[in-house]
Design a protein around this ligand. Structure first.
Ligand code: DGL
Length: 283
């Protein structure tokens, strides 16, 4: 198959990466997309870097087996664990172009900030890694960053607790975001791809004057320009979405529609954790 007609491969620990897929579909409706959500092992963000990289090697190995033209780690936690380690990215993805969400989000944040104060929220693993801060400082060395881990946001999103008026959502948003708000940040990176599902609550709390950068959507925009520069956009006008999940297909299907719209047409297939482990190519 011609390179440009191959699918784009996207993966996440769960459903959050669908926020990247939604933007890919909006920008490039002709592209075929293969999505893998490791819903049997979500969350990744509370685990050690070693475990996150072990799961990542299996996820990437699985997505690579679908012969894709680009792999997007639509997961802030995975992207942060890899960080700027190009050798590790090459070891994982081989010759297949590979990108994460950290650098695209940092680029959009640096462009958007006027006062040079950028907030970052993410999972515990993401915030502990300092990967977003490094990417921001590599682009704008005088930016001030303020970050906060939001460990309960992922389970809230996976369980559909996202309504901005929900008492739990309001309480957790205030608890996690109060230091970011106090810092005067005028841009906030939603450094975990699950968080756009809490965007109304975050916007309500931070105020309209703060620009919110969705890391998954930023990665999709970057992927669109990377593919364009490489002349790798498909000629097709109608793409397909094929999903794989490591847990129940039925659950995935139901939740996926909650994530990217009721009219979404996608096929959902199961890949067991045992099968995934066979894709463990790291030594
Ligand atoms: N969507 C993942 C991320 O962007 C969720 C993290 C998790 O599994 O804890 O970080």
């Amino acid at each position: 198959m011609k390179e440009k007609h191959k699918a784009i491969g996207v993966f996440d620990s769960g459903l959050g990466g669908l926020t990247c897929v939604a933007e890919l579909m909006r920008l490039m409706p002709g592209e075929d997309i293969i999505y893998f959500g490791d819903t049997a092992r979500v969350p990744y963000g509370t685990r050690s870097r070693e475990t996150i990289l072990e799961y990542t090697a299996q996820d990437v190995g699985f997505v690579r087996s679908k012969d894709v033209k680009l792999i997007i780690a639509a997961c802030g936690t995975v992207s942060s664990a890899i960080g700027t380690d190009k050798a590790l990215a090459a070891e994982l993805a081989g010759n297949t172009p590979f990108m994460g969400v950290v650098v695209p989000a940092a680029e959009e944040a640096c462009k958007a900030t006027k006062n040079g104060v950028i907030g970052v929220i993410g999972t515990q693993a993401t915030i502990s890694s300092g990967a977003y801060e490094q990417a921001i400082h590599a682009l704008c060395s005088d930016a001030k960053t303020v970050s906060a881990a939001c460990p309960l946001f992922v389970p809230m999103v996976e369980n559909g607790i996202t309504d901005k008026d929900d008492i739990v959502v309001r309480a957790m948003t205030e608890r996690y975001l109060s230091p970011v708000k106090a810092s005067g940040a005028d841009v906030l990176i939603l450094g975990c791809t699950h968080y756009p599902h809490l965007i109304e609550a975050v916007r309500d709390y931070m105020g309209e004057g703060v620009t919110l950068v969705s890391s998954g959507a930023a990665a999709a925009r970057k992927a669109c320009s990377v593919l364009g520069e490489a002349h790798l956009h498909t000629d097709s006008t109608k793409g397909t979405l094929t999903c794989y999940t490591s847990d129940s297909e039925e659950l995935f299907d139901r939740n996926a529609h909650r994530f990217i719209g009721k009219d979404l047409i996608c096929t959902v297939n199961k890949v067991s954790v045992d099968e995934l482990q066979r894709f463990h190519e790291r030594t």
